[in-house]
Design a protein around this ligand. Structure first.
Ligand code: PEP
Length: 274
């Protein structure tokens, strides 16, 4: 279902009024974590003002450690409600992660696109149930997964969309893979830019990148964002925070509102020239 049927076969779908897979390169931006209502509303307003198209933010978080710090608590259902407030205030559609089958309904009520994170790319029961929701899905690439594994994971969702009589509404998101040498000791991930044309060669699904999670280092986000556009990415995910150095999660990779605005300005001529 996800294989291209002809060289120019390309899926374009609309999510929250925004076309994905068409000439526009939608930008999904926001903090790693929906820390508070004020933070997400403030972020949504800044993202909208700079021309971002979607608001991203995690309410359910796949943290790589089980402990809570004084700065961090997982907002869960509260975070979803705060995302909805931000949507009401700005009109930005919401993309947020779903990690558990039992939470699909509530996450779906508060979002326009369901995100499957890198750690759940091969959680096949979750993929099947998310597919049954009949909503647009962003499928992040497992950080140790081949292109084939990624596409077959997408096939699980596409199968359910097909059973519902829909075209598949899936965007594939490259978010960095584990690499032996990553140039900084703080991260083991490297953006696999080559997978963008490689995936587009064989699948009709749109392919996007997340340079923030891939680089894990803000100064490299803008060059990798521009490189993603050059590689043919159909959309971008960028982590944006009002006070990046004090972000509850992933402070090294988040961009400030000013840095995001600069990136949005830098991408316009590149995106329209390609
Ligand atoms: C995220 O986008 O918030 C996230 C946790 O990403 P990933 O699954 O790529 O680590």
């Amino acid at each position: 279902l996800v294989a291209k049927k002809s060289p120019d076969h390309k899926t374009v779908f609309t999510c929250g009024g925004i076309e994905i897979g068409g000439p526009l390169v939608p930008v999904m931006a926001g903090p790693n974590t929906v820390e508070t209502e004020d933070l997400i509303v403030e972020s949504a307003k800044a993202i909208k003002a700079s021309g971002g198209h979607f608001l991203r933010g995690g309410a359910f978080k796949p943290l790589s450690f089980p402990y809570r710090s004084p700065k961090f608590f997982e907002p869960r259902e509260d975070g979803l409600k705060w995302l909805s407030v931000a949507k009401q205030e700005t009109g930005l559609p919401i993309v947020t992660e779903v990690m558990e089958i039992s939470k699909i309904d509530v996450v779906a009520q508060h979002s326009d696109m369901l995100q499957i994170g890198t750690r759940n790319m091969q959680n096949y029961p979750l993929l099947t149930e998310v597919g049954k929701a009949g909503m647009p899905v962003m499928l992040k690439r497992g950080y140790g997964s081949s292109l084939r594994d990624w596409l077959m994971a997408a096939e699980y969702i596409a199968l359910e969309h097909d059973r519902l009589g829909m075209e598949p509404q899936i965007v594939l998101c490259e978010r960095g893979i584990v690499a032996p040498h990553t140039h900084r000791s703080t991260s083991r991930f490297m953006l696999d830019l080559q997978v963008v044309p490689a995936a587009q060669e064989v699948t009709h699904l749109p392919v996007m990148t997340d340079p923030s999670h891939a680089t894990f280092w803000q100064p490299w986000v803008k060059p990798m964002m521009l490189a993603s556009l050059a590689a043919g990415a159909d959309a971008l995910m960028l982590e944006v925070h009002p006070d990046p150095r004090n972000a509850a999660v992933d402070p090294l990779q988040a961009s400030s509102f000013e840095e995001f605005d600069d990136m949005m300005r830098a991408m316009r001529p590149v995106a329209s020239a390609i």
